[in-house]
Ligand binder design. Structure first.
Ligand code: A3P
Length: 301
C-alpha cells in the first residue's frame, strides 16, 4: 500500500529535480523510451495547477455520450499517472502497465517537458498542458501538504521559501518548468491552456479541447461534459474528489484531520489570504526576472 506504508520512499532527487514520494524512480526510468501511440493524450501540469480538472474534461470529452458510466470510475483509473507505480493494481511501474492498455490512453503527468517520453517530444501523440498563476499554486500546494499524510509539511513560511528555492522545489522550479512548456506551445501536438481562462470560460475550453482531440461533440454533449466539470460537480463526485478510493482518502484529510479537501476552493486570487507583503514582493521580483524573456502572462485575481 504505497499511500500508507511507513516504508514509502521519502522525497527523492531525479535528474537533479526533487520529487514527492508518489513519483517512482523505477517508473521514471521507463518514461523516456515509452512507446507513444498516435492517439495517446498526455495531460500535463505543474502540481496544483488544474491537473485533475483537465483530466476530468479530457476523459469526459473522449467518452462523448457515455458520461454517466465514466463518472463512476475514479479519475486516476481513467487517466493514470505515468511516472508512478500502479498503486491500486499490480504495483508495477505505470509505463509497463500502460503497454497493454487499450487505446486511447489518457495519462496524467507532472514531469517537466524535457522528461516526457522522447516520442511525445518528437511530435507523436498529444500533450495538453495546463498552467496556473504561481501565487495560487504555492497556496494550493501548501494546503495539499497540510492534508496529505505522506508529504512532509512545514509552516506556510517554510513551504513558501522552499517553493521559491530552485533546488528545493518539488517537481522542478516553477520558473524553469512553465517557461519550458510555453516554448513548445506552438508544437503541432501541444495545447497550452491556463487555469484562470478555464475559470472564465469552461465551455469554451471544453470545445477547444474537443477540437484539439479531433472530437466533434453536439451542443448537448458539450453541456453534459461541462455540467460534470464544474467545481461543484467535481467536489461532490466521489470519482474526482478522492473520497471514493479508501486508501487515498486515508492518506488525505482523515489521516491528518485537517478537514481540507482535495477539491478545495478553486478560486483565482486565494493567495491574498496567505501572502505577507514581503512574500509578495519577493515572489514578484523572482517572477519579473525569470519571466522577462517570455510573453507568457497570468491573471492573478
Ligand atoms: P485549490 O487548492 O486552489 O482549491 P491539481 O489537480 O493540479 O492538484 O490542482 C488542484 C487545484 O485545482 C485545487 O485548487 C482544486 O480545488 C482545483 N480544482 C479542481 N477541480 C476544479 C474545478 N472543476 N474548477 C476549479 N478548480 C478546480
Amino acid at each position: 500500500d504505497l499511500f500508507n506504508s511507513k516504508d514509502r520512499p521519502r522525497p527523492f532527487y531525479y535528474n537533479g529535480v526533487k520529487f514527492g514520494p508518489i513519483h517512482s524512480p523505477d517508473a521514471m526510468d521507463m518514461v523516456e523510451s515509452f512507446e507513444v501511440r498516435d492517439d495517446d493524450v498526455f495531460i500535463s501540469a505543474y502540481l496544483k495547477s488544474g491537473t485533475t480538472w483537465t483530466q476530468q474534461i479530457v476523459s469526459l470529452v473522449c467518452a462523448e455520450g457515455d458520461i454517466s458510466e465514466v463518472c463512476k470510475v475514479p479519475i486516476l483509473r481513467r487517466t493514470p499517472w505515468l511516472e508512478t507505480l500502479d498503486m491500486k493494481g499490480t504495483g508495477e511501474p505505470m509505463p509497463k502497465v500502460l503497454k497493454s492498455a487499450p487505446s486511447p490512453r489518457l495519462m496524467k503527468t507532472h514531469l517537466p517537458y524535457y522528461m516526457l517520453p522522447r516520442q511525445a517530444r518528437d511530435g507523436k501523440g498529444k500533450i495538453i498542458y495546463c498552467a496556473r498563476n504561481v501565487k495560487d499554486v504555492v497556496v494550493s500546494w501548501h494546503n495539499m501538504r497540510l492534508m496529505t499524510h505522506n508529504l512532509p509539511c512545514g509552516t506556510w513560511e517554510e513551504n513558501f521559501k522552499e517553493f521559491i528555492t530552485p533546488e528545493q522545489a518539488y517537481n522542478g522550479f516553477w520558473w524553469d518548468v512553465i517557461p519550458e512548456y510555453w516554448r513548445h506551445k506552438d508544437d503541432g501536438n501541444m495545447l497550452f491552456i491556463k487555469y484562470e481562462d478555464m475559470k472564465q470560460d469552461l465551455r469554451g475550453h471544453v470545445v477547444k479541447i474537443a477540437n484539439f482531440l479531433g472530437k466533434t461533440l453536439s451542443d448537448q454533449r458539450v453541456d453534459k461534459v461541462v455540467a460534470n466539470c464544474t467545481f461543484t460537480a467535481m467536489k461532490k463526485s466521489p470519482s474526482t474528489n478522492f473520497t471514493r478510493d479508501p486508501t487515498i482518502q486515508e492518506a488525505f484529510s482523515k489521516a491528518k484531520g485537517s478537514g481540507i479537501e482535495f477539491i478545495r476552493k478553486g478560486e483565482v486570487g486565494d493567495w491574498k489570504n496567505w501572502f505577507s507583503v514581503e512574500e509578495n514582493e519577493t515572489l514578484e521580483a523572482i517572477h519579473r526576472e525569470k519571466m522577462a524573456g517570455t510573453d507568457l502572462t497570468f491573471q492573478f485575481e
